[in-house]
Design a protein around this ligand. Sequence first.
Ligand SMILES: [Fe+2]
Length: 336
Amino acid sequence: MASVVLPVGEPEAETRAQRLATLLALPESRPDHPAYRTRAQAIVPAVVSEITVDRQQLPAMPMYALAILDLSRRIQMVEAAEVVATIARDPDTAAHVLKVANSPFYRGVSQLTSLRDAVIRLGRREVGEVAAVAASRFMFNLYTRRLRSVLPRSWYDEHAHAVTIALAASALSRILGVVDADHAFSCGLFLDIGRTFTLRSVCALVIEKKLPADIEQNVVEHILDELHVTTGEAALRFWNVPPSILEVCRDHHLDEPNHASREVHHLMRLTAALSMLKAGTPLRERYLGEVDYSARALGLDDPHMEVVARIIASMRKKARALLGDRPESTEVLSGL
Ligand SMILES: [Fe+2]
């Protein structure tokens, strides 16, 4: 299939990009400039060195997280008792599931006091997804408070982005009927995990005063964009994530995948690109190109895409409801 990535600067392509942006109700994005990319490329070698050091300190995936993430992949095939027993293995995850189940987002007429009640009221899939989101916190909370105090909103935004992709891919799979929803959910949680590990290295370099504390967000975005696929693949291999998930993550920015799950590939690519666009990424043209290509690959026309964009927006809200409040501070904390 010929690439339909929108070339920058051609009037026809610009018109299509603008039309797509209107159709998808995209917010304004931070404007990009070639100088940001140039600055990012000058920094990339230092970040790669930092990533190499950090990779040696990556902890094993906790057993409870492994079990809960595995549960969410086969949630339709397990009994309610197994759902409850698996989640109960980690008291923090169990408490988080109950807290979320009783939050305004889900609140029913009475207070839920047990995981079993939560499964009955919300259903296995919903509880499985909430538990997997809770278990996924270990990937985003791996590092010290000091590290996470650098660019604090970015850390939160990366987790919200991952949860948005997972929830939206699951919902879209069910609506479009093209992909197994539980597989799409699992792929979504891991798809852009390399962005978090790359962000960790950028923050470490800021703490070491090898990068300025006021590094521009667009420069950070170009660094994450450049390095996150290879960084993510290395982490997923270390954690023995199943090949069917790893290969989707590895190829998610390619026009066509090097694996057989073409529909999964395009659904995940479309979902991730739309999540980035809804978050106001400065790399707007690039992600619009991915959306355009993958929407065509899935046979989605404009009315479909309006629905898809509304689902992404709604899942962004749900992700924030599941994760709690976003840090207010945009400042780099003192004492670094
Ligand atoms: Fe990505």
